[in-house]
Ligand binder design. Sequence first.
Ligand code: ZN
Length: 336
Amino acid sequence: MRLRDFVGNQRLVEILRRGRLPGASLFTGPEGVGKKTLALSLAALANCKEGAKNELCGRCSSCVKEAAGHHPDIRLFQPHKNLIKIDTMRELNREVQFRPFEGRLRCFIIDQAETMTEEAANCILKTLEEPPETSRIILISSFPHRLLPTIRSRCQAFPFHPLGREEILRYLEDHLTEDHPEMRASLAEGSIAIALSLDLEETLEQRDRMLELLTSWCGQESFEALYKQCEQLPLRSELKTREGVRRYLNLLQRIGEDLYFLQVDTPERIVNQDRLDDLQKLSEGVELNWVRDFLYHVDRARWDIDHYVNPLMCFETLWLMSSRETSNVGNRHRQV
Ligand SMILES: [Zn+2]
């Protein structure tokens, strides 16, 4: 991938493509933001035969081999059955000593480096400390705290950040031809990998369920009625898992944001354009302050989820909390 086409983390990309790659580096950050892609592109850049201005030419024999995944000087190590074992790292220790076969630098990329066993990690300490002049090692990890401190301290760290919604949207519009790229981008949690793997049909179905729930809640349904609605399958079983509740909270956040955009008269920013009529009806029954509070409670519930509160309890508390706010709106007093 050309470096100029890389999405997100632009400052980091600039530093890395213009600078000299350190002997050992550690790329950290969430999954699906391009850590491995960038590592491979940098390895290709180090070996490109014609590239100018810190960019891959894409045509030379080196670039062609890298794109096809078999450049003899670029090695990618990945876990097998969730582990990188000592034998694999012994192979790295041996190969790191070779001079480049064709290019200028031999590059070794260890993906999901946190899956190295302790033995495997200990076996490359010396190599990380003093890699040969013509070799570079890049460790990649979304969970760097799981690495041995002795590994971390021997690498120069480069932190990657989640991508912005706009960045993901731009990527999707360039690479996908389908409806609802906004929906994908807004639920991607900063990761292109999540954006691409989202089951859109299922997501829209879940979104509709949340919209229905919110509509009946704002339409004076009692908590018991809401609870019954939650009891219905498949919602109930999904609400038992952290991941399930987080997904529903994300969808509720998008709906809440849409209500906010309607309230402040910027309907063009609405993500759920296909349900505009229903959103408008819902928006007429609530006030801006309620929408703000609702978004606050959704955010709060997400924080609770990440801090090990029971998922179903998080979800139910959200409704109880936002009901208290609704009771301030005109005659929306209700008993809970
Ligand atoms: Zn090239």
